[in-house]
Unconditional design. Structure first.
Lengths: 507, 497, 149
C-alpha cells in the first residue's frame, strides 16, 4: 500500500485517462515500432511504451485502492449502450502483472532478439509485442463482453505470429504456432458463440448490466448453453486440461521472450476473464454453476495438475518440461477457483501472480542462456551454473518458488490454496495439491541437479554470463519472487479486495 | 532493541555471518579454521546466555516479519529450545575441532564448502530451536535439509549422489506431502501455528481431526526417522564421518525429534495427546522401530551403518516418549535428546578416527586396534555405555524416566521395547570396544596404520571431550530435568503470540 | 417439419459449425484446416445475424419520411410530430449483432491471413503442408539431434 502510493506520482490529468492510456500508448507504440528505421529504435520505442503502460497500470491500481471500482466510459457513450472500461481490484492486480512483466520483457528483448529472431524481423517483432501488451491490458480492463473478445483476439493473433517467429532457432515453432492458432481461434469463436447466447437472453453486452439481468434467468437453457460455450472457449485459451494441447509446443518453440509473456500473462488473462464470468456475470449460487464447479472444473483441474506434472517429470526438453509444469500449475489455480469462496478465489489470484513471476523468471533465465548456447534438452544444460552463475541463481529462485520453498512467493501461494481448501471442507483438493507439489519437487530437482551439480559435457558450447541488459530484468524478476515471499502485502491486498468484491455483491 | 531481541538476532546471525566469512577466506585454511572455531565459541556463549535467561523466566523473543496476516516469522526461546540450542552449539564446536583433524588428515577436497555448509546448517538449527511457531520452524527445517545436502554428497561419487538423492527425496517428500499440509491444517483449525504452553489445539479439535493432524506432523517430520521414513538415515552414511556426526548428533535427527517434542508439548499439549488414538498408534510404531532397528544394527558389519541403525532406534525412544499420555515422557525425551547426542557424536567421531588412521570401516577389521589407539577405543567404550544406558552414564537417567513413565501409564509394550533395545545394545556395541581393547589371544593381528601417526591429535581430543561429556552429564541430569519441567505445563500462559 | 422451417437458420448454423470443426480436427492438410476454421467462424456470423432479425422487422436503416413506405406510414400522423420524430411504428431489425459480426469477420480475416502466412513458412521450412509428414520430419530431426549414448 505504501509502496503503491510512493511510486504513483502521475499528475491528475493523466490519472483520469490512465485506463485508456494504458491500452492506447502501447498500441500507438506498435505502429511507431513497425515504422522504425532500425531494430535499436524499435527497441527503445518498445521499452518506452511498455514503461509508460506499466506506469499507467500503477496509477489505475492506486485509484482502485482508493475508490474501489474505476469506470471509464469510452467516447462519452454511457453503458449499456456504449463500451466502458471497468476496473476493480482483481483487474488492477492483473494490470500490474501484465505491465510489470511486459516492461521487464521489453528490456530483455534488446539482447534476446539478436540471438533468436531473424534480423530483418526485429522491428515487426517489437510491433507485435506491443500489440500483445495492448490487447492483454485491454482484456483485463474492459467491462464489455464483446470488447473482451476483440482484445483477446488482438493479443492472441499477435502471439500466434510471435511464436512462429521462433523458427530461426527451431523450425518446430511453425507447426506449433499453427496448432496454437487453430486451437486458439476455435476457443475464441466458442467464446463469441457463448456471448451471442447471452446477448440473446439479456439484450446487453455490458458485463455489469448482464449480471443484473441474468440474476433471474439462471435456469434458462440459453444462458446455460452460453455459459458452457464461454467456459469451453476461455478454457482453451487458459490451457485448462484437457484443452491444453497447444501449450507445450508453443512455449517450447517460440522465442524465449514470448514464452516469458505467454507463461506470465496470456493464460492468466484468460483465467481472469473466466473468473469474471463465473462469479460476476453468472448468478452465484445457481445450481448449474455450482454443479459445474464441483463436478466439472475441480476434477478436470485435479487431473490436469497430476497428469501434467507426471508428463513434466518424464519430459526430455527443458522448455517442454516447464511448459507442462505451467499447465499443472494452472490446474492448481483452477482448483482454488472451484472452491467458489472468497478465500479460494483470493488464493488463486495470488497464485496467478506468483506463478506468472516464477515462470517468467525461469523462461527469461533460459533466454539469457540461449544467447550463447542452443541447448534444448535438459541434459545439454549440464553444469551451466559454473559458467553463468547469476543466471543459474535466478533460475533456481524461480524453481524454488515453483516448488514452494519457504520465503518465496510460491510458498505463500501454496499455503493460501491449501488453507482455503481445508477451510472450505474440500480436503481432497489439499491432498491433490500436496501430491502435485511432490511431483513438482521431483522434476524441479532434476532441473537443479543438472544445472548445478553436473559437470559440463565435453565439447558442448560454453555458456556465458549474460550482459547486464539481460541480467537486470532477470534479477528483478527473481527478486520480486523473494520480496513478495517476505512481504506479500501488495498482491495479497489486491487479491483479497478483488475476491471480496466478487463474493459480497450476491447475497 | 532489548537484550532478548539482540540475543536472538545474534544466535541466528552468527552462523550465517560465519558462513559468509568462511566463504571469503576460503583460500586461507588456517584462518578459515580459526574463524570456524571462534564462531562456535561465540555461538555457544550466546546460546548459554539465552539458556540462562529462560531459566530466570525472561525468555528472549523476536518478531521478524509477517508475509501475510496470520503467518509470521517469530522467535521465542523456551526451555526445550534453549537446551537444544546450547547442545547444538557446543557440539558444533566439538565437531569442528574434530573436522579439522579429519578433513586435513584425509586431505579431503572442497573443505571451504564443507565448513560453510556446516555454518548454514547451524543457522537452520538455531532457527528451529528458537522458533515461536510451526511456520518459522518449518522454514528453518527446510533450510537445514538443503544446507546438509551438499554435506551428504560431499564425496561427489555416484554412490554419494545416490545417497544424497534418497536423503533429499525422503525428507523433502515427507515435508511437502505430510508436514506442510499438517501445519496448514493447524492454521486452518486454530487460526495460528504458535507454540502455546498447554497446547494450541487443546479444546479446539476432536479426536479424529486431532489424530489426522498428529499423524501428519509426526510422520512429516521425517528427520525423526520413524519407520517407515527411516531409509534416508542409513543411506546418508556415504557422507564423511564429521557429517555423520553432525547429522546424527548435532543437527538433523535432533531437529526431527525436537519438532516432535515441540508439537507434542505446545501444539497438542498433555491433555489432548492423552486421548488421541493416533498417539497410541505412533507409540506402537515407535516401539516396533526400536526393536527392528536394534535387530538390524546387530547384523551390520559396517560400523557407520550399525551406528546409523542404532540412531534410528534411539530416536524412536524420544518419539514414543513424546506420545505418552499426560506428557509424562516429555522431559525424559528432551533429556534423551541431549544425552544421546553427546554419546552418538563420540561414537561417530571414533568411527571416523579409526577410518582415518587405519582405513578400516568394518567391525570385523577392528580387532586389536584398541592397543594402538587406546584413547579412541576407551572413548568408544564410554560412549557405548552411554547409549546402552548403564551408570555412570547420563542416558541412564533418561531411560529410567522413560521406563517409569511407561509403567505409570500402562504402556508395557514401550517399556519392553526399551529393555529389549538396551540388551541388544549390549550385543551390538560393547563387543566392538572389547574386541578392540582386549583381542582374543591367537586371533589375527591388528591392522597397521595407513596414516603415519595414527589419528590426528585434534580428532582424538574431540573424541575424548565427547566421552567426558557423557560422564559429566550424568551429574547434571537432575538439574536439567528440573530446567525442562515447565514444558509439561497444563495451563495456558498469558501473552502467547 | 414446421419446427425445422421456423428454426432453419439455426439448423444451418449447427451444420456449418460441426462441418467446420470436423474439418479442422480431422484434416491433416494445413490449408484445409484453415478452410474449416473459416467455415466455423462463418457459422457464428450466421448465428449472430439470425439473432438480429426481428419478426416483421425491416432492414436497420432509418426510414426516410418521403419514401413510399414512409408516406404510407406517415399519413395518419400529425405532420409536426413526423417532422420532429420521423415516422413511427416501424419495426427495425437489431443492428448491433451486425456490427459485432463485422468485427468478428475482421478478426477472422486477420486470423486467416496469419494462419496462411504460417502455412507458407511451414511449406518453406518443411517442404510439405501435411501435418503427419511434418510430425515425422520433426521427430526424425529430434532423434538425429540426440547424441549417441
Amino acid at each position: 500500500m505504501i509502496l503503491l502510493e510512493a511510486l504513483y506520482v502521475a499528475p491528475p490529468a493523466l490519472t483520469a485517462q490512465a485506463p485508456i492510456l494504458a491500452i492506447v500508448i502501447p498500441l500507438l507504440g506498435a505502429c511507431a515500432a513497425a515504422l522504425a528505421p532500425s531494430a535499436r529504435t524499435a527497441w527503445v520505442i518498445s521499452v518506452a511504451a511498455a514503461i509508460f503502460g506499466a506506469w499507467m497500470a500503477l496509477a489505475v491500481a492506486g485509484e482502485v485502492m482508493r475508490e474501489g471500482v474505476l469506470v471509464y466510459v469510452l467516447g462519452g457513450f454511457n453503458p449499456p449502450m456504449g463500451i466502458a472500461l471497468r476496473i476493480d481490484a482483481m483487474g488492477a492486480l492483473m494490470g500490474l502483472l501484465i505491465g510489470g512483466v511486459g516492461t521487464l520483457a521489453a528490456v530483455f528483448s534488446g539482447h534476446s532478439l539478436v540471438a533468436e529472431v531473424r534480423a530483418e524481423k526485429h522491428t515487426l517483432f517489437q510491433a507485435g509485442f506491443l500489440l500483445c501488451q495492448a490487447g492483454l491490458v485491454g482484456l483485463v480492463f474492459t467491462g464489455d463482453a464483446f470488447n473482451a473478445f476483440v482484445f483477446l483476439e488482438v493479443s492472441s493473433i499477435g502471439t500466434y505470429a510471435l511464436v512462429a517467429v521462433g523458427e530461426k532457432r527451431d523450425r518446430r515453432a511453425l507447426p506449433a504456432a499453427f496448432n496454437y492458432l487453430i486451437m486458439g481461434t476455435v476457443g475464441a469463436t466458442f467464446y463469441v458463440i457463448g456471448v451471442g447466447f447471452l446477448y440473446a437472453a439479456t439484450g446487453t453486452l455490458n458485463m455489469a448490466d448482464m449480471a443484473a439481468r441474468l440474476a433471474t434467468l439462471d435456469q434458462s437453457t440459453v444462458v446455460q448453453a452460453g455459459f458452457a460455450f464461454i467456459i469451453a472457449g476461455l478454457g482453451v485459451k487458459a490451457a485448462m486440461f484437457p484443452l491444453h494441447g497447444w501449450l507445450p509446443g508453443a512455449y517450447a518453440g517460440g522465442p524465449s521472450l514470448i514464452s516469458v509473456l505467454l507463461a506470465a500473462t496470456a493464460t492468466k488473462a484468460a483465467i481472469y476473464l473466466m473468473v469474471r464470468f463465473m462469479f460476476e456475470v453468472f448468478p452465484q449460487g445457481s445450481a448449474f454453476g455450482q454443479a459445474f464447479l464441483t463436478w466439472g472444473l475441480a476434477p478436470l483441474a485435479a487431473a490436469g495438475a497430476i497428469v501434467c506434472s507426471i508428463q513434466a517429470v518424464f519430459a526430455r526438453e527443458l522448455r517442454r518440461m516447464i511448459a507442462f509444469s505451467s499447465v499443472a500449475q494452472v490446474g492448481f489455480i483452477f482448483l482454488g477457483i472451484s472452491l467458489a469462496s472468497a478465500d479460494g478465489l483470493s488464493a488463486s489470484l495470488f497464485y496467478m501472480v506468483a506463478h506468472g513471476l516464477m515462470k517468467a523468471t525461469m523462461f527469461m533465465a533460459l533466454g539469457a542462456l540461449a544467447l550463447n548456447i542452443g541447448a534444448r534438452r535438459l541434459d545439454d544444460f549440464a553444469g551451466v551454473a559454473r559458467e553463468a552463475p547469476w543466471t543459474a541463481v535466478a533460475f533456481a529462485v524461480g524453481a524454488a518458488s515453483l516448488v514452494g520453498t519457504p520465503l518465496t512467493m510460491g510458498f505463500l501461494a501454496k499455503w493460501g490454496l491449501i488453507e482455503a481448501a481445508i477451510t472450505s471442507g474440500q480436503v481432497w483438493i489439499a491432498v491433490v495439491i500436496a501430491a502435485g507439489s511432490v511431483l513438482t519437487v521431483i522434476y524441479v530437482g532434476r532441473m537443479i541437479e543438472v544445472i548445478f551439480f553436473r559437470v559440463p559435457l565435453p565439447g558442448a558450447p560454453r555458456a556465458k554470463e549474460a550482459p547486464i541488459g539481460v541480467l537486470a530484468p532477470l534479477l528483478v524478476l527473481a527478486g520480486l519472487s523473494i520480496w513478495f515471499g517476505l512481504d506479500a502485502s501488495l498482491p495479497e491486498q489486491l487479491a483479497q479486495a478483488g475476491a471480496a468484491r466478487l463474493f459480497e455483491v450476491r447475497p | 532493541m532489548n537484550t532478548g531481541e539482540l540475543l536472538i538476532l545474534l544466535v541466528l546471525g552468527l552462523p550465517l555471518f560465519a558462513a559468509a566469512v568462511i566463504y571469503a577466506v576460503g583460500r586461507m585454511p588456517d584462518v578459515r579454521e580459526t574463524l570456524t572455531l571462534v564462531s562456535c565459541i561465540a555461538l555457544a556463549v550466546v546460546a548459554i546466555s539465552i539458556f540462562v535467561r529462560v531459566g530466570q523466566g525472561q525468555p528472549p523473543e523476536l518478531m521478524v516479519t509477517q508475509p501475510v496476516p496470520g503467518l509470521s516469522i517469530a522467535f521465542r526461546a523456551e526451555p526445550l529450545g534453549a537446551l537444544f540450542a546450547v547442545m547444538a552449539s557446543v557440539l558444533w564446536g566439538v565437531n569442528s575441532l574434530y573436522s579439522i583433524g579429519y578433513m586435513r588428515g584425509r586431505r579431503e577436497p572442497n573443505q571451504t564448502r564443507f565448513y560453510m555448509c556446516f555454518a548454514i546448517a547451524m543457522f537452520g538449527v538455531m532457527g528451529i530451536a528458537m522458533a515461536a511457531n510451526l511456520f518459522t520452524l518449518f522454514v528453518f527445517y527446510e533450510v537445514l535439509t538443503f544446507a546438509t545436502y551438499p554435506l551428504v554428497t560431499h564425496a561427489g561419487t555416484p554412490a554419494a549422489r545416490r545417497g544424497g538423492r534418497i536423503y533429499l527425496i525422503t525428507l523433502v517428500g515427507a515435508s511437502v506431502l505430510l508436514l506442510l499440509p499438517g501445519i496448514v491444517g493447524v492454521q486452518a483449525v486454530a487460526g495460528s501455528t504458535s507454540f502455546v504452553a498447554g497446547g494450541l489445539l487443546a479444546g479446539r479439535v476432536d479426536a479424529v481431526v486431532g489424530s489426522v493432524l498428529l499423524l501428519l506432523l509426526v510422520f512429516g517430520a521425517a528427520k525423526a526417522a520413524l519407520m517407515p521414513l527411516h531409509g534416508w538415515l542409513p543411506a546418508a552414511m556415504v557422507a564423511p564421518a564429521p557429517v555423520s556426526a553432525l547429522l546424527h548428533a548435532v543437527a538433523v535427527v535432533k531437529a526431527g525429534v525436537f519438532t516432535v517434542l515441540k508439537v507434542s508439548a505446545y501444539i497438542f499439549g498433555p491433555d489432548l495427546i492423552s486421548f488421541l488414538p493416533a498417539a497410541t498408534w505412533i507409540l506402537w510404531v515407535g516401539a516396533a522401530t526400536i526393536v527392528i532397528a536394534s535387530l538390524v544394527a546387530m547384523k551390520k558389519d559396517d560400523l557407520k551403518a550399525r551406528l546409523a541403525w542404532s540412531t534410528v532406534g534411539q530416536l524412536a525412544y524420544i518419539t514414543s516418549a513424546a506420545m505418552l499420555p499426560m506428557a509424562s515422557g516429555l522431559v525424559a525425551g528432551g533429556l534423551h535428546m541431549v544425552f544421546h547426542a553427546v554419546a552418538k557424536i563420540t561414537l561417530f567421531m571414533c568411527a571416523g578416527a579409526i577410518y582415518v588412521a587405519t582405513g578400516a570401516s568394518r567391525v570385523s577389521e577392528m580387532g586389536g586396534l584398541g592397543r594402538r589407539m587406546p584413547w579412541v577405543f576407551t572413548a568408544f567404550l564410554v560412549a557405548s555405555l552411554g547409549i546402552i544406558g548403564l551408570p555412570p552414564m547420563a542416558a541412564m537417567w533418561s531411560k529410567l524416566l522413560m521406563m517409569t513413565a511407561a509403567f505409570e501409564t500402562g504402556h508395557w509394550v514401550f517399556a519392553a521395547a526399551l529393555v529389549a533395545s538396551s540388551l541388544l545394545g549390549l550385543v551390538y556395541l560393547l563387543p566392538i570396544a572389547f574386541r578392540g581393547l582386549f583381542p582374543p589371544l591367537g586371533g589375527p593381528a591388528a591392522r597397521e596404520f595407513v596414516r603415519p601417526g595414527g589419528t590426528p591429535g585434534t580428532a582424538v581430543f574431540a573424541v575424548c571431550a565427547g566421552a567426558a561429556g557423557c560422564v559429566v552429564l550424568f551429574f547434571v541430569a537432575d538439574a536439567l530435568a528440573n530446567y525442562l519441567a515447565p514444558i509439561r505445563a497444563v495451563t495456558i500462559m498469558e501473552g502467547a503470540p | 417439419m414446421t419446427w425445422l422451417a421456423s428454426h432453419f437458420n439455426y439448423v444451418v448454423v449447427v451444420i456449418l459449425m460441426m462441418a467446420g470443426l470436423f474439418i479442422v480436427f480431422s484434416s491433416g492438410n494445413l490449408i484445409k484446416r484453415m478452410i474449416g476454421l473459416a467455415m466455423f467462424q462463418t457459422s457464428t456470423g450466421l448465428f449472430y445475424i439470425t439473432l438480429s432479425k426481428v419478426s416483421g422487422g425491416t432492414a436497420a436503416i432509418t426510414l426516410k419520411a418521403d419514401s413510399e413506405t414512409g408516406r404510407a406510414l406517415a399519413a395518419p400522423l400529425d405532420p409536426a410530430y413526423v417532422a420532429q420524430f420521423g415516422v413511427d411504428g416501424v419495426v427495425y431489425s437489431n443492428p448491433l449483432p451486425h456490427v459485432l459480426i463485422l468485427t468478428a469477420i475482421v478478426v477472422g480475416v486477420a486470423t486467416l491471413a496469419v494462419g496462411l502466412a504460417i502455412a507458407v513458412r511451414v511449406r518453406e521450412a518443411y517442404g510439405t503442408v501435411e501435418a503427419d509428414e511434418i510430425d515425422a520430419l520433426s521427430r526424425v530431426a529430434a532423434e538425429q539431434a540426440e547424441p549417441a549414448p
